[in-house]
Design a protein around this ligand. Structure first.
Ligand code: NDP
Length: 514
């Protein structure tokens, strides 16, 4: 007989981390339902792909306007499902609108077929056209449930695809809003459809016959996604976790660097893939920096009030992870200068925490923490800072704090990451024209920018007639392997001296006339 544990749940309810109240109740979809969604989306895609690039862009612009109009309502749902503060929830809608605006302006030009050079085949014409994949499966996390879902849906849709969106089980109501916005903006009910459920639903989506997977989440799940997609050779874009380093040089504006560190580490309760998770500070300014960070971090107000600076962690599992990493660091000799404890009461709060005397033997410096903790490490010089920053399986972003632009560029060039910011952190994600993505365990492929747009098209190469010949000189010829033509071609393309090249060209033309 089936035990309680084996019996699959049929519904999930997302709950407010601050109050425990139910926000929404949704089905946990299994393989059959998910396959049905993919079929429905595929039928819609056939119609959508016939629309011109301009029509698609106009539809995305309507989605943007609707998002802006409904931003307060959207922010309330985001806050209810994640426990984040109101300002951060609202900011999700701004980033989404900016990105949709970028797509509206850029996609029609970026996805236009382009002429390609034909090399020695001057009697031919060549072009590259950008075909949509078909149906894209977008699997998204809970930490930026609106922004990331809007981008994971908007980009493939701009490129002519349909999308099945599988939001996190913590944020299905936010996912539902994304579906509503695209349905109204595009005027198509089934172009973007919602697959609610848990990790099993995500697995079902990968196996449901989608043409590409856009996955954003942890490195651990990313590996599972890639393994499952390998079965059908379905291509994947993986946007995974991070362990962002911040490098503070001796010549940095220390007051600014300290304020930036506190914001970069504690914004979003540290639950941002690109949070500052490690600070490496030059010996000469270390004491001054640590003192300034502690003073600044004391001002950070964490609470369940909408206007607090930092809100709740998403769920108890996240609180346990943060606590365990800080405890482990302490047992290995780290000192907690500020915070270091959960905050009692409703919600899953943890004090903004500053830790020093850390090293790379600690999980706190190696694993993604995803919480409001800033470990600071003293370094001898720039060289050691770069070496330690690169000593990580992750490689999402990094920041460099210095007054010297040449030094910043020198360091940036040595960092093994997807993005670098000088004298700030996090903000590169809000610049829609910049590609975003990582290296190593932070994933591969890019979202945003032209590079992100091209992730969701298959470039198709076309060769056409410019001048029709009766036969091609390189086709089979009785009694010859074509060596004469190949020698002429070699001389024409790569020979020394104009005369020899002209002679070779005439030889080739004679061959073509025959
Ligand atoms: P998870 O990896 O736990 O989950 C991400 C999504 O994958 C969720 O929708 C989840 O569903 C689903 N999922 C879980 N198991 C499977 C599976 N076996 N097959 C397919 N899908 C599955 O990440 P979190 O939601 O906890 O998000 C936090 C992580 O995301 C952090 O590591 C963070 O750094 C990273 N992230 C990366 C970003 C980037 O752009 N690089 C941006 C934002 C976050 P369910 O929730 O229902 O289990």
């Amino acid at each position: 007989m089936e035990t309680e544990g084996e019996r699959r749940r049929e519904r999930l309810s997302s709950r407010n981390p601050l109050t425990g109240d139910e926000v929404g109740d949704f089905p946990i979809m299994g393989p059959e339902e998910v396959r049905g969604l993919v079929d429905t989306a595929r039928a819609a895609q056939a119609e959508w792909s016939r629309r011109s690039l301009e029509e698609r862009a106009a539809a995305l612009d309507r989605v943007r306007r609707l998002t802006a109009e409904r931003s307060e309502e959207i922010a309330r749902v985001i806050r209810a499902e994640t426990g984040k503060v109101l300002g951060e929830a609202l900011f999700e809608t701004v980033v989404a609108c900016d990105y949709l605006d970028y797509l509206t302006r850029t996609a029609p030009k970026a996805l236009l077929a382009r002429r390609a050079g034909t090399g020695w085949l001057s009697h031919r014409r060549a072009r590259v056209v950008y075909d949509p994949f078909g149906v894209v499966g977008a699997i998204t996390p809970w930490n930026y449930p609106f922004t990331i879902s809007m981008s994971s849906v908007g980009t493939p849709v701009a490129a002519g695809n349909a999308v099945v969106l599988k939001p996190s089980e913590y944020t299905p109501a936010t996912g539902q809003l994304v579906i509503e916005l695209f349905a109204e903006g595009t005027g198509m009910e089934n172009l973007v459809v919602l697959a609610t459920g848990d990790g099993g639903t995500g697995e079902a989506l990968i196996e449901a016959g989608v043409d590409k997977i856009a996955f954003t989440g942890s490195a651990e799940t990313g590996k599972k996604v890639m393994a499952k997609a390998a079965g059908s050779l379905t291509p994947v874009v993986l946007e995974l976790g991070g362990k962002d380093a911040m490098i503070v040089c001796e010549d940095a504006d220390i007051e600014r660097a300290a304020r930036g560190a506190v914001w970069g580490a504690f914004y979003g309760c540290g639950q941002v893939c690109m949070s500052v998770e490690r600070a490496y500070v030059a010996d000469g300014v270390y004491n001054q920096f640590v003192e300034a960070v502690v003073a600044e971090a004391r001002r950070v107000r964490t609470s369940d009030e909408p206007e607090a600076m930092v809100g709740s962690l998403i769920a108890p599992f996240q609180l346990e992870k943060v606590e365990s990493q800080v405890r482990d660091a302490q047992t290995r000799g780290a000192r907690v200068l500020l915070g270091g404890r959960p905050i009692k009461g409703p919600g899953h709060f943890y004090e903004p925490t500053v830790v020093v005397d850390v090293d790379h033997g600690m999980d706190l410096m190696r694993e993604e923490t995803f919480g409001p903790v800033l470990p600071i490490m003293r370094v001898r010089d720039e060289k050691e800072a770069v070496q330690l920053a690169n000593d990580s399986p992750f490689g999402l972003d990094a920041s460099i704090w210095t007054r010297d632009p040449a030094r910043a560029r020198r360091i940036a060039g040595q960092l093994r990451v997807g993005s670098v910011v000088v004298n700030d952190h996090l903000i590169n994600y809000t610049i829609p024209d910049l590609p975003f993505g990582g290296v190593g365990h932070s994933g591969f492929g890019r979202v945003h920018g032209l590079e992100g747009l091209r992730e969701f098209v298959r470039p198709k190469a076309w060769v056409e007639d410019r001048l029709a010949l009766k036969r091609e000189p390189y086709w089979f010829e009785e009694g010859s392997s074509g060596e004469g033509l190949v020698r002429s071609l070699l001389k024409f393309r790569h020979g020394q001296g104009t005369l020899r090249r002209v002679g070779a060209a005439l030889g080739m033309l004679r061959g073509m006339k025959r």
